[in-house]
Design a binder for this molecule. Structure first.
Ligand code: PGA
Length: 230
């Protein structure tokens, strides 16, 4: 049986109060309980929520208190270690609260000018700190640095547009990425919703999904997690 990775990406959304409300809603919907470490849920699937840095401390405490089967991640990390890098958060600082990190999201490339070179530095820092890395690519030709744990195939035109890629084409691209890189865990992102998630998870090469917009709503996120059991 396949093990799935479902990783929500909140992007620049939510205050502490809003995060509290989301966690309580998720908790009210039965999701089973956490076993150990970042390996979550009764069925060997991994559920991750990539939150803004400002929420990590609070969310870690609440996830523990509510015993939710969710690991925390961030949406970025510094390409440098600790030190005089104003505004940056190092991988070692992230690791205090989170076990996962998204690197190379197309919004980081587009709005923050991140290059393959800087992204490779981020991967190296995250690896050294022991973070699990989800590396985003827009097609099968994007350069992928060594050491990433999972890849997310996210066609730029499908992100936040409500127009998801077809599951069959996503499967073909993901199969090509796997053949090229030997990376075992490759997921799909781009307008994933509770309505279309099952069609992606049913594909042979697709190991999970990376929802953005749908992860902001606790009920929708719970529906996505529950879809792995279908
Ligand atoms: P979306 O975002 O689900 O809102 O399209 C996906 C992502 O950017 O990771």
């Amino acid at each position: 049986m396949k093990s799935y990775l479902i990783a929500g990406n909140w992007k620049s959304n939510k205050t502490t109060n809003e995060a509290m409300e989301w966690l309580q809603k998720l908790s009210a919907i039965s999701l089973g309980t956490r076993d150990s470490g970042q390996e979550l849920s009764a069925k060997n699937n991994t559920f991750v929520l990539c939150a803004p840095y400002t929420l990590l401390f609070f969310m870690k405490q609440e996830i523990d208190r509510l015993q939710l089967p969710i690991a925390l991640g961030t949406q970025d990390v510094s390409p440098f270690g600790d030190g005089a890098y104003t505004g940056a958060v190092s991988a070692r600082q992230v690791k205090e609260f989170a076990d996962w990190v998204i690197i190379g999201h197309s919004e980081r490339r587009k709005y923050f000018g991140e290059t393959d070179e800087v992204l490779a530095q981020k991967v190296a820092q995250a690896k050294t700190a022991g973070l699990n890395i989800i590396y985003c690519v827009s097609d099968e030709n994007t350069v992928i640095p060594d050491g990433v744990d999972a890849v997310a195939y996210e066609p730029v035109w499908a992100i936040g547009t409500g127009k998801a890629e077809t599951p069959e084409h996503a499967n073909a691209v993901i199969a090509a990425i796997k053949a090229k890189t030997q990376i075992a865990m490759v997921i799909y992102g781009g307008s994933v919703t509770p309505d279309n998630v099952a069609s992606f998870l049913a594909q042979s090469a697709i190991d999970g999904v990376l929802p953005g917009g749908a992860s902001l709503d606790a009920e929708k996120f719970a529906a996505l997690l529950q879809a792995v059991e279908l």
